[in-house]
Write a protein that binds this ligand. Sequence first.
Ligand code: HEM
Length: 798
Amino acid sequence: MVALCKQLCLLCHGEREMSFIFICGALSAMVGMKKAKEKMLFKDIMVELLMREIVMLGSRCCIHLYLFVDAALLTDKQSNKIDVELLKSNDIFKAFSESMKRMGAIGVKFSSIQLIDGIRHCLSGFGKAGCDLLQERSHSRSKMNMQTAFIFACVVVLTVVGVCQAGDLRKNYYSTSCPSAEGIVKKITQKFVARNPGLPADLLRLHFHDCFVRGCDASVLIRSTANSKAEKDAPPNLSLEGFEVIDEIKTELEKKCAGKVSCADTLALAARDAVSFQFQKPMWEVLTGRRDGKVSLASEALANLPSPFFNFSSLLRNFESKGLTVYDLVVLSGAHTIGDGHCNLFSNRLYNFTGKGDQDPSLDSTYAAFLKTKCRSLSDTTTKVDMDPGSANNFDASYFVNLKHKKGLFQSDAALLTDRTSNKIVGELQKSTDFFREFAQSMKRMGAIGVLTGNSGEIRKKCGLERSHSRSKINMKTAFIFACVVVLTFNGVCQAGDLRKNFYRTSCPSAEGIVKKITERLVASNPGLPAALLRLHFHDCFVRGCDASVLINSTANNKAEKDAIPNLSLEGFDVIDEIKTELENKCAGKVSCADTLALAARDAVSFQFQKPMWEVLTGRRDGKVSRASEALANLPSPFFNFSSLLRSFNSKGLTVHDLVVLSGAHTIGDGHCNLFSNRLYNFTGKGDQDPSLDSTYAAFLKTKCRSLSDTTTTVGMDPGSSTNFDASYFVNLKHKKGLFQSDAALLTDKQSNKIVGKLQKSNDFFREFAQSMKRMGAIGVLTGNSGEIRKKCGVINS
Ligand code: HEM
């Protein structure tokens, strides 16, 4: 056994005594497992986990470990003992090809994903809690006693990740190539921190924003060029600071050892040294050997950085997409123990949480009152407030203490209390020593996300530029296509690939005709219906994709999307129900509610033209989940400014162009007074009017909406032609007659303003709208065997 373990460790990195001992322990445990079921479950967990690691890190070491565990377990299953021979290298390679074949065949099972959460908890050093969780979850899965397996699964995984997570990163990578590197970083960083106590927060955030976009490759430091808007110019990065500190350190490093030390390592080290200054000892280990990336795209920053408006599930999805866990999410959020946040990123919680001028009930009211003295109105985009009230320059656990007392600043902070596991972890991090230990672990994992090592990337000479300037020379079209593919794939829009023209051609040939006929009949007697159905389709697609989740009724145990505040004014449900009844009569169980809605929205708008205004591909299936909280988190608010709007659309894989074009839907329909009357009566909290609103139009609106508290009156959104689908929305918008702040916001960005200018003619608008609707209709669709075909659109099939 000892020989085996040694060989394995050599395959990885050589002399790592601890890993060696752990692996041996795990091996012994496997041999000790008597029940075949136990072994299989253990293997299940290991294989899946390691596959994820392989995908995430591309690390040779992990592949060896994967092989090792897989081969050992399979062999063990057959002969009830570990086949020593398999670990000899020739056999490893034979086993490798076998395993690769199997890997392709292994499906991800929901149950094992849940188990992995538990294992990963163990990884974060939460040994006991993690194993408890794991046990809890597995008990619901099977009744076997899995304790041994869990404990050793934790140990193995700890080992595997301990050894492999950092991939090719090493301790003191520059010990021969630039022995003074780490000292230089520390010295200059400390000099700056002594002068600027806000710097630790700045550098920590800079490092985080670097790692979450293309991995920790210093892509966040690259400047935009004439042809390419870089990450640092994406809206969530505009408030980043600390670039000049990295530049100064880098200049010194280049003087001492030119071309040796990467900007990515410089940033990782400087962030650690800045935070550690207060303690006069390193607060976490930074392995080094990162190289610098050559690509930096603003669109990727938007698509990959979590938003302060995210709810828990969006946050978790985001962290998991980087290979991090719920534990990392909570622990790393503790970074908000230092630094400050801009008012406009949380003032909706103070002044207009659900669109009714109300306060977020999950925010402590005394704290809210204090915040209101700092942030005077919804439109304050400049004031900043400490994130950890009372100790914002002190790195400690008080963030978690405050959070428990409902004093988290952002919705994304408060969201950590809304999930049971996450809430429990918040509870476990109230003491600084616990927090520091966990933070050290999670930072190490974050610092290893997608790192470039070996010959990948380059060592940039100046962190703001690429060494070769090759980017300006690369064919921008290829870069653009690549960016689109990355962003679209990331957001699931590529799944449009599974939608087809006339999907029901054989299964229900009359489907599209039925939808059209009934829709047209109902539109003829209700000219407001096109607007209602178009909005219904939009609100469906932006929450869990176009899966008709917006149509599901709430139950005793579940508040569904349709009962979320922004959806209370939706209409047209009865129309979809009527069409669906007829479809079930003609071809039971064939046509989804999601397709029915997409087609009906198109046919309703098209009625005026007596020809289809955009193509609707079909083959969507219906979702089985509908949560009010997700609607709140995902639907853009009429109070959003441009960057929040863009972030919302980007998070669905849509672009600034789609945002502007689709806003043109406001050429039809009505809006409720309370959603814009702050622009008439109290724009900045001083009883004033929004200066970006045309004053004659404002005077007219005041005759309709008599006070701030009018929540019932509605007004045509496109003055003069609000039942006519045309380009006049854009003409009015240019004349400062957009109804909502979110409409007016489209003029506040240069690019977006230009697009508004280009859509003044109906033909241009129609052409672009057809394209953008196709993209919107493909967001996160369920196809193939996913979801179901609901029998009634309001109810999930039992
Ligand atoms: C850009 C972000 C958007 C925001 C913030 C927004 C917000 C709103 C709001 C607040 C209303 C009025 C609701 C009421 O007062 O009851 C409204 C109405 C409407 N929205 Fe949007 N919307 C956006 C984008 C879109 C998109 C992309 C579409 C469709 C493609 C759309 C289609 C409509 C329609 C047709 C109505 C009128 C509904 C009716 O009269 O029944 N909106 N929107």
